[in-house]
Design a protein around this ligand. Structure first.
Ligand code: UDP
Length: 430
């Protein structure tokens, strides 16, 4: 963080996270890495002196309009449409209602109450764009996922993202003062596929909670999960939907067992998470696949969990698999490595950044059961696994939420400068 960043540090940021609240448990429905990102960076922004108010859509009549997430961080639950029964695809119809709610909150305060807007995902970006115009403050936007990239990497049977989302994203890219990309790959997508101005794109890798996700305690973790100490444990952690490809892990498991039947008694595959996205259309599809593949004796489905319970899963596993068809970054990969567990990941999106191929894990180019059985099988050899495991924590330690947050403050300062430069141009040309 530079000294000019410190001088220009915003007093109070309005963070828009319209479609999912940082108070929800990630790993099911619409709650995932973005929720973790928003909560972790908000806490640290507040600790560095920028108060944060996170605006999200109220999804229950039980929750109060305002909740404190951490010192200096408020969550504002804005009423926009019915509490329940709206799916993410219905939310474009509620953008006006949400924007009206946010504008009403701001209007109760003195002008300039929020001095920056940071929107997450394109739906929030649309509202952020309006807030920028109305409040006269810069807009910083993080896409988290991009429709054009997602559509180029669809899982079999998944429908493409609608044209309306693509248009909405293009507008936000054009209007935001700064765009935050997780990796250089995402930055290139924003520039090449969406026409973003390269000077308006900051590449800021996300982080990992290095205090929570620490190595060690494998025996205790296995005991907590009721796993035998000598089990061979593979794990998948995340929202259960075709895009995340947990089916690839199950198919590879069946293949592995066909090749090495002697490990059957010791093999356990943990699948942690709940249905999400297009996975909600067939919430039992993965259980049905396990039956079809004849591997129900080795697969265990676990409910989404947080904190120490999730850490136990990472610590208990010999290998964590991240077989996604697309992943803008892949926090799960970092969290597993921070716990000392190597990762086998698909070579897509940001995963080549999250996993150091051949050093802290392996990348697989494709989603075939045979390829994945090869990679997972090679990780069951103690030599390779131990060599990779030895490098996992050092790789994970290159990422931290503190670093992410400090870089965000730099991006906020840059957004402010570009916003004011634009205002001056407008004044001169008016
Ligand atoms: N997660 C969790 N509990 C679960 C499963 C997942 O808290 O049972 C969290 C996980 O720790 C990670 C996030 O959900 O921080 C998933 O982020 P990732 O980037 O891997 O995937 P995304 O959900 O963004 O697609």
């Amino acid at each position: 963080m530079t000294s000019s960043t410190l001088r220009m540090r915003p007093r109070r940021a309005a963070v828009f996270s319209l479609h999912t609240s940082p108070l929800e448990q990630p790993g099911t429905g619409d709650a995932g890495g973005m929720n973790v990102y928003v909560a972790q960076t908000a806490k640290r922004l507040a600790a560095l002196g920028t108060e944060v108010e996170i605006f999200t859509r109220a999804t229950s009549s039980d929750i109060p309009p305002i909740a404190e997430l951490a010192p200096g961080v408020l969550v504002r639950n804005v009423v926009a449409g019915p509490f329940e029964g709206l799916d993410k695809n219905d939310l474009p119809s509620q953008l006006c209602a949400f924007a009206a709610g946010a504008l009403r909150v701001e209007a109760r305060h003195e002008p300039g109450y929020y001095d920056i807007v940071h929107s997450h995902y394109w739906l929030s970006g649309q509202v952020g764009w309006l807030a920028r115009e109305r409040w006269g403050v810069p807009l910083v936007h993080t896409a988290h996922t991009l429709a054009k990239v997602k559509n180029a990497n669809l899982a079999e049977g998944d429908s493409p993202e609608p044209r309306g989302r693509v248009l909405g994203e293009e507008q936000v890219v054009a209007e935001a003062d700064m765009l935050v990309a997780n990796t250089e790959f995402e930055a290139a997508d924003l520039i090449e596929r969406y026409g973003a101005d390269p000077d308006a794109v900051a590449t800021i890798p996300p982080g990992v909670d290095l205090e929570l996700f620490t190595p060690g305690g494998r025996a205790a973790a296995r005991a907590a999960l009721d796993l035998p100490p000598d089990a061979v444990v593979l794990a998948f952690v995340g929202r259960i939907q075709p895009l995340k490809a947990p089916d690839v892990l199950l198919r590879a498991t069946a293949e592995l067992l066909a090749r090495r039947p002697e490990i059957r008694d010791r093999l356990v595959v943990l699948v942690v998470g709940g249905p999400s996205g297009s996975g909600l259309e067939r919430p039992r599809a993965l259980q049905e696949l396990a039956v079809q593949l004849g591997i129900t004796d080795v697969v265990r489905f676990l409910q989404p969990r947080s904190g120490a319970a999730l850490r136990d899963v990472y610590r208990a596993a010999d290998v964590v698999a991240v077989p996604s068809y697309n992943e803008s970054f892949g926090l799960v990969a970092l969290e597993a490595q921070a716990c000392g567990t190597p990762v086998v990941a698909a070579a897509v999106g940001g995963l080549p950044v999250a996993v150091d191929d051949g050093v802290s894990g392996l990348l697989v180019d494709g989603h075939g059961a045979g390829q994945w059985a090869d990679a997972l099988g090679s990780m069951l050899e103690p030599g390779l696994r131990a060599r990779l495991a030895a490098n996992t924590t050092a790789h994970a330690a290159r990422f931290s939420w503190q670093r992410t947050t400090e870089a965000l403050l730099d991006a906020y300062a840059q957004a402010k400068m570009s916003f004011h430069a634009q205002l001056r141009i407008r004044e001169v040309t008016a």
